[in-house]
Ligand binder design. Structure first.
Ligand code: SAH
Length: 367
């Protein structure tokens, strides 16, 4: 009878309160159950000992806490972990955990595949199957915390979440926003806005909307300093060119004083890594609340691109710094298990829905 039960995983607090009101219960039950789910990592109503026996029984009849299943797990020599989660019979998405001395970052997916077709990204090669539901997005963080071991004091191992896995989060806005709300809620994962980063290829109207609805930290996949080159690398640029994209970014940044936008810039040998590109990029970002994260390209089978040499990446960064544009070089992690940026391919067997996906983007991008 699973189909009749409501999945409580991923319900933002107001909806959880409505759910309990519907059962004739007080709204504070929502906070209680959210603490069990997100603080304690409990998915079994029987173990929620501060709820009465009769309420626990009622919950077991009408509700469930359904998390995606892990179909494969890999560990890198550098401590990075990768899980493939089953999304229906033949589909899978990937989630990556990146441990660092002072934090634990989880890179999560928002769609099974992607429709954007960026030429240097292996997810693009997979095509698109469907959007993830809110429970499937939230479930990635829940599962990672469980796999890494919840500590008895309720401290979670995942301290930062980045929506930089498979998919374009702003093309799945309807399901991503409630997930962000659960990440930020004190009774959810309790993460601060600074510790939740959404990365987008630049769907301008949805950036504006995100600023109004849930202004988490924003990363933008820029990758080129001019429209001709960006059209080639990130085709959505034909619809939302750089000028419009940057305007939206500066408006987003100004909503919270002191907030910087991160611009991701993948370093492709001989394509976008020349000193002239760096100078043009610096001109775009000078005196603006933006910083650049240079990402050494991660190759995948069949790609026509090569990673820029270290010297070229360092020279590029020097030019940005000389122009007083902040710039860092992303350390590549988990390469040995194909867990690095742009290497998440998951399992997208039914690609026939790519046209549906394109339609979804069109719907999503309508303001
Ligand atoms: N669709 C969103 C979320 C994906 S984020 C976006 O475009 O931002 C994944 C990040 O990794 C993006 O900045 C993407 O451009 C970058 N990336 C993709 N393929 C890559 C590759 N092969 N090597 C390095 N970085 C890559």
């Amino acid at each position: 009878m699973t189909a009749d039960r409501i999945n409580l995983l991923g319900l933002p607090r107001p909806e959880m309160e409505r759910f309990f009101s519907g059962l004739g219960q007080k709204p504070f039950r929502a906070r209680q159950i959210m603490q069990w789910i997100y603080r304690q990592g409990v998915d079994d109503f029987e173990r929620m000992t501060d709820l009465s026996k009769s309420l626990r029984q009622q919950l077991a009849e009408v509700a469930e806490i359904r998390v995606p299943g892990i179909v494969a797990a890999q560990s890198s020599a550098d401590g990075t972990r990768k899980w493939m989660l089953g999304m229906g019979e033949t589909q899978g998405i990937e989630t990556v955990y990146i441990p660092e001395p002072a934090r634990g970052t989880l890179c999560i997916s928002s769609q099974v595949g992607c429709v954007l077709d960026c030429s240097f990204c292996s997810t693009a090669q997979q095509g698109f199957n469907r959007n993830l539901g809110t429970a499937e997005i939230v479930g990635q963080v829940w599962l990672a915390n469980r796999e890494l071991g919840y500590s008895p004091d309720g401290n979670r191992i995942v301290t930062n979440v980045v929506l930089m896995g498979m998919g374009e989060p702003l093309a799945n806005y309807r399901n991503v926003i409630p997930a962000l709300q659960v990440f930020l809620d004190d009774f959810g994962f309790g993460l601060s806005r600074r510790r939740v980063t959404l990365s987008t290829s630049g769907i301008v109207p949805m950036i504006e909307k995100l600023g109004e609805d849930c202004n988490v930290a924003l990363a933008v996949s820029l990758h080129a300093p001019d429209n001709a080159l960006r059209n080639e690398l990130v085709p959505i640029n034909r619809r939302y060119p750089i000028e419009e994209l940057l305007d939206a970014c500066w408006r987003y940044a100004s909503e919270v004083y002191g907030r910087f936008i991160t611009f991701e810039y993948v370093m492709l040998d001989g394509v976008n890594d020349q000193p002239s590109h760096a100078a043009a990029l610096a001109a775009l970002l000078k005196h603006r609340p933006g910083k650049v994260n240079l990402i050494p390209f991660n190759p995948f089978p069949g790609t026509r691109y090569r990673r820029s040499p270290v010297a070229a990446i360092e020279r590029f960064r020097e030019i940005l710094l000389r122009n007083r544009v902040r710039a860092t070089i992303r350390k590549t992690r988990g390469e040995d298990i194909d867990a690095a940026c742009g290497q998440l391919a998951g399992r997208v067997n039914d690609r026939t829905r790519i046209r549906l996906g394109k339609k979804l983007v069109q719907v999503a991008v309508r303001p």
